[in-house]
Design a protein around this ligand. Structure first.
Ligand code: F6P
Length: 358
C-alpha cells in the first residue's frame, strides 16, 4: 500500500553521483512504501508538470552512470525564462502541480542555489528536502558534497599528466580548474597533484610573487612549473577593487581572455619562460562517480527517505563525520562554504613549499 508520494528533481549544474542519489532516495523510499516521481530538467519540469515514475526498473543500472537521468537546468521557479516575456514567476504552477500529484514532499538535489529555491517553495506551502550536490563543495553546513571527490580525482589526474609534458618542454602550465567562487577543487587537486603554485579565490594573489615562485624553481634546476588556478582566483589589486600595479599585470582585461590565459601571458612576460594553458572545463563534471561519491550519494539518498517516512521536512540532509544531520533550510540557503585561510589543506600545501602567490 502506498503511504506517501514524493517528487524528486535535480537542479543546477550536473555532477557525478546524482544518479546514485536518485537511486538511493528511490529504492529506499519504495522499500518504505513511498512512491517517487522524478521531474524532468530541474524546476522547469515541476512548473510544466513533466515527470516520470521512478519505479524499480528506472532505478536499476544507474548507480555508476554520470550526469542525471532526469536532466537538469538552472531555471528558478520565481524567475523562469519565458522567451519574449523575459522571466515569469512560476511558483503558482509549482504549487498547483505539487497538489495535482498529491505530493507529500519535493526532494531537490542541488547546491546552494537550489536550497534557496527550495526554501522559496517551502514558503509557498510545499514540504521540501534538499541533498547537497556540486563539484564545487561550497554548500554550507555539510562536510562535503557529492560530486566533489570525482571532480577532484579528474583534476588531479590532469595535473599528473601535465607534469611530464611541462617538464619535457621546460614550460609553465597554468591549469584552470572549476569551483565557481570557492577554491576547494583547485586546492584539493593542487595538493594531491603536487602543483607548484595554487591560486584560489580566498587568497588573492600577487603576480610578481607567482613569477618569483616559478623563477625560484628555475634557479634550483626545476625548469618547469604547474600552476593550479581556480576559475574564481583573482589578483590582490582586483580583489581590493583597485587597478593592477604590476608592470605586466596592469593591462586592460579582455572579455575574450580567461583568468588563466591572462595569468599565463603575464607569467611568460615576467619569467621569460614559455607558458601554456589547459582549461579542464566540463570534463570535471563528466563520467562515472568515484566510489566515495557513490557511497556518499547513496547514504544521503537513503537518509532522505527515512526523513520522508518520519515527515521531517524543511531540511537539507548534511554529512557530518560519520553521521547524517538534517539542517533547517533557513540556515543553509544563501550561505556559501569557502576555504578558511587556516584550513589544514592550506597549511599542508604551504609546508611542502607550494606558493599561493601571497
Ligand atoms: O557549480 C558547478 C560548476 O561547474 C562551477 O564550477 C562552474 O563555475 C559552473 O558550474 C559552470 O556552469 P555551466 O555548466 O552552466 O557553464
Amino acid at each position: 500500500m502506498v503511504k506517501k508520494i514524493v517528487g524528486l528533481l535535480t537542479a543546477g549544474g550536473d555532477c557525478p553521483g546524482l544518479n546514485a542519489a536518485i537511486r538511493g532516495v528511490g529504492k529506499a523510499a519504495n522499500s518504505l512504501d513511498i512512491q517517487v516521481i522524478g521531474y524532468l530538467d530541474g524546476f522547469r519540469g515541476l512548473v510544466e508538470n513533466r515527470f516520470i515514475r521512478l519505479d524499480s526498473s528506472r532505478l536499476s543500472g544507474i548507480l555508476t552512470v554520470g550526469g542525471t537521468i532526469l536532466g537538469t537546468s538552472r531555471d528558478k521557479p520565481h524567475k523562469m525564462p519565458a522567451g519574449k516575456l523575459g522571466t515569469v514567476d512560476m511558483r503558482p504552477f509549482a504549487v498547483e502541480n505539487y497538489e495535482k500529484q498529491h505530493l507529500d514532499c519535493l526532494v531537490c538535489l542541488g547546491g546552494g542555489g537550489t536550497a534557496k529555491n527550495a526554501l522559496r517553495l517551502q514558503k509557498e506551502g510545499l514540504n521540501v528536502i534538499t541533498l547537497p550536490k556540486t563539484i564545487d563543495n561550497d554548500v554550507w553546513g555539510t562536510d562535503v558534497t557529492f560530486g566533489f571527490d570525482t571532480a577532484m580525482a579528474i583534476a588531479t589526474e590532469a595535473i599528473d599528466r601535465l607534469h611530464s609534458t611541462a617538464e619535457s618542454h621546460h614550460r609553465v602550465i597554468v591549469v584552470e580548474i572549476m569551483g565557481h567562487n570557492a577554491g576547494w577543487l583547485a586546492l584539493g587537486s593542487g595538493v594531491a597533484g603536487g602543483a607548484d603554485v595554487i591560486l584560489i579565490p580566498e587568497i588573492p594573489y600577487d603576480i610578481d610573487k607567482v613569477a618569483d615562485a616559478v623563477l625560484h624553481r628555475s634557479y634550483i634546476g626545476k625548469r618547469f612549473s604547474i600552476v593550479a588556478m581556480s576559475e574564481g582566483a583573482m589578483a590582490a589589486e582586483k580583489a581590493k577593487g583597485k587597478k593592477g600595479k604590476s608592470a605586466s599585470d596592469d593591462d586592460e582585461e579582455s572579455p575574450f581572455e580567461s583568468v588563466s590565459m591572462r595569468l599565463a601571458r603575464n607569467l611568460e612576460t615576467l619569467t621569460g619562460l614559455e607558458s601554456r594553458v589547459t582549461s579542464l572545463g566540463h570534463l570535471q563534471r563528466g563520467g562515472a562517480p568515484s566510489p566515495t561519491d557513490r557511497l556518499l550519494a547513496t547514504r544521503l539518498g537513503t537518509a532522505c527517505a527515512r526523513l520522508i517516512e518520519k515527515g521531517h521536512y524543511g531540511v537539507m540532509v548534511a554529512i557530518r563525520g560519520d553521521d547524517y544531520v538534517p539542517i533547517p533550510l533557513e540556515e543553509v540557503a544563501g550561505e556559501r562554504k569557502t576555504v578558511p585561510l587556516d584550513h589544514p589543506w592550506v597549511e599542508s600545501a604551504r609546508l611542502v613549499g607550494t606558493s599561493f602567490g601571497d
